[in-house]
Design a protein around this ligand. Structure first.
Ligand SMILES: *[C@@H]1O[C@H](CO)[C@@H](O)[C@H](O)[C@H]1NC(C)=O
Ligand SMILES: *[C@@H]1O[C@H](CO)[C@@H](O)[C@H](O)[C@H]1NC(C)=O
Ligand SMILES: *[C@@H]1O[C@H](CO)[C@@H](O)[C@H](O)[C@H]1NC(C)=O
Ligand SMILES: *[C@@H]1O[C@H](CO)[C@@H](O)[C@H](O)[C@H]1NC(C)=O
Ligand SMILES: *[C@@H]1O[C@H](CO)[C@@H](O)[C@H](O)[C@H]1NC(C)=O
Length: 509
């Protein structure tokens, strides 16, 4: 404990105070968009109808860009599928697609040279929006590319169809495009010919990387951009369907940003009827986000983002291999004196242990142990992966909670290997309800959660009642365990999870 505090003081002195005082900010915006949908997405439209439909969405984008411009925004991000909506077939999306020249090969400003390529009306409008408001603009759209049937990967209809993000600079020049690598059952689109690590530069904040929605769950290109290319800012258009207890948009996206200590600009669709809401500007300092299941309206979220691209945080890296905080929580000072409960990081005895049982959480078979009493110290294992929690209720427990462990290959709606420790509020009073979706809670719980992970990629999530996101007071490695501690929350705990991804084992079965 003492050693830890000392280390902390060193950190504050070495790498927190100095850079933070000199830290500069820029304004960024993400727009959570209620895409105007087309009623019949399976019947092909004409190109004209498709343009008319998209115009409705483009008009909304234009308003938002104007509004953002008034607030001094330098960069704005729109969500995945925001210009046309979802549930298209390969054929019915075709009239919506535009050929997008490769910005690595040609320099093109569609607003200045609208007739250079045919069928690029949408690129033209987007480019002018960016140019008119002197703002970097990133949006997702559909791309088509003719191919020769001699190309072995060329689809039988003689064209590629890609789910693509486009990046315009403040002049309206198309400076980058990224074709989504990890498609999420999108029959309308092809997987790109090659994996792309797309990075673009800005005069106001340095480099940004970019990827789309489902990509965030995989090593390539998401984690690779951060770990191999040193990217500290990510642009993230998404159409994310929330799934509790572990993969709600704001919950997971904040955890991703926190795990790497990066800025993540996440723009989601706003369609509560599809469980789509939750956009945010997640930074190491603060993480304003938007989540609203009641309103039908979109939402422009504007925030000051710290320029962290020029900061070397090697000191932080040493103490906490998954660096997060540039600024400690303001409350940190009072937390140095942690309760005895959390001093031991090994469990010598089990207190408050209830029954061990199995239940499905998000299609995976977790081993759970129920919590009993006001406080306790529990362990539960899945294979040789073991999870622990030391906990203390702030009030009389009113709900059933359980600690779950899972070590295995997730195979429903995507194949990916997980190691997860999750303290969850059960949806009801039966063990079979543990792991089910629940969004409200009244039990205030202080906890330390840890596990002996075999992966170093662990996303720390703390979700409280009414979709309130908290950041851990502290987290990091202690011997072979990854841990996080949280005390003094003001809202009931819904889920506290260490969501580990073991990328190397994704192809195992
Ligand atoms: C911006 O670009 C559009 C074309 O998309 C144009 O009609 C408009 O007049 C331009 N200027 C402003 C200030 O919006
Ligand atoms: C939205 O989420 C709720 C709660 O998890 C679920 O019951 C419902 O089926 C979801 N709706 C859709 C369209 O997936
Ligand atoms: C920590 O664990 C050791 C045994 O492993 C035990 O003797 C000691 O009492 C524990 N301390 C606290 C504060 O629980
Ligand atoms: C979950 O795993 C346990 C132990 O591996 C097994 O006994 C149980 O049948 C499984 N439950 C389901 C629903 O697959
Ligand atoms: C995790 O810890 C348990 C005991 O707490 C141990 O049996 C198991 O071998 C450990 N697993 C790994 C991968 O180190």
């Amino acid at each position: 404990m003492e050693a830890f505090c000392l280390r902390w003081l060193l950190l504050v002195w070495q790498c927190f105070v100095i850079p933070v005082w000199g830290l500069e900010f820029y304004k960024a915006a993400v727009y959570e968009h209620t895409a105007v949908l087309r009623p019949k997405t399976k019947t092909p439209a004409t190109r004209e109808e498709a343009l008319k439909h998209r115009k409705k969405n483009l008009d909304i984008y234009q308003e938002q860009v104007h509004e953002a411009g008034k607030q001094g925004v330098k960069i704005i991000v729109f969500p995945e599928d925001g210009l046309h909506g979802f549930q298209f077939t390969r054929t019915s999306i075709f009239p919506y697609l535009e050929p997008i020249p490769d910005p690595n090969v040609v320099q093109w400003n569609p607003c200045l040279h609208p007739t250079e390529y045919t069928d690029t009306e949408v690129l033209y409008q987007l480019s002018c929006m960016a140019r008119n408001s002197s703002m970097y603009l990133i949006t997702n759209m559909g791309e088509r590319e003719a191919c020769e049937l001699s190309d072995p990967k060329c689809p039988p209809d003689g064209r590629y169809q890609f789910n693509t993000n486009v990046v315009f600079d403040a002049e309206g020049t198309l400076i980058a495009k990224y074709q989504k690598w990890n498609l999420y059952f999108e029959v309308a689109y092809d997987t790109p010919k090659t994996l792309q690590h797309v990075i673009f530069d800005t005069p106001f904040a340095g480099k940004f990387g970019i990827f789309t929605c489902f990509d965030i769950l995989f090593y390539e290109p998401a984690v690779s951009l951060i770990e191999r290319y040193g990217i500290k800012q990510i642009i993230f258009p998404t159409a994310w369907m929330n799934q509790l207890p572990l993969l709600s948009a704001v919950q997971f996206h904040q955890a991703f940003a926190a795990a790497f200590g990066i800025n993540l600009l996440a723009a989601n669709q706003h369609h509560p009827e599809y469980n789509m809401t939750g956009s945010g500007i997640y930074t190491p300092l603060d993480f304003p986000y938007y989540y609203n299941m009641k309103s039908r309206e979109g939402k422009l979220l504007v925030a000051d983002v710290p320029i962290i691209t020029s900061i070397k945080n090697h000191n932080l890296e040493q103490s906490d291999s998954q660096t997060s905080t540039f600024l400690p929580d303001q409350k940190w000072g009072v937390k140095q004196d942690q309760s005895d409960l959390f001093k031991n990081s090994t469990v010598s005895h089990m207190d408050g242990a209830g029954d061990i049982f199995h239940a499905k959480m998000m299609f995976d078979n977790y081993t759970f142990i129920s919590l009993t009493g006001l406080q306790g110290n529990l362990q539960v294992c899945s294979n040789t992966f073991c999870c622990h929690v030391a906990y203390k209720h702030g009030n009389t427990p009113t709900n059933l909670y359980a600690l779950g462990a899972f070590d295995g290959l997730h195979t429903v709606h995507g194949v990916y290997y997980l190691q997860v420790c999750a303290l969850v509020k059960c949806a009801g009073s039966g063990y079979d309800t543990c792991g089910q979706s629940v969004a409200t809670a009244s039990d205030i719980i202080d906890f330390k959660l840890w596990g002996n992970f075999s992966t170093r990629h662990i996303f720390p999530e703390i979700l409280a009642s009414e979709m309130k996101i908290y950041r851990a007071d502290s987290k990091g490695w202690s011997n072979n365990d990854f841990y996080m501690i949280k005390q003094g929350m003001s809202a009931g705990l819904v889920t506290a999870a260490l969501y580990g991804r073991w990328y190397e084992k994704d192809s195992s079965s």
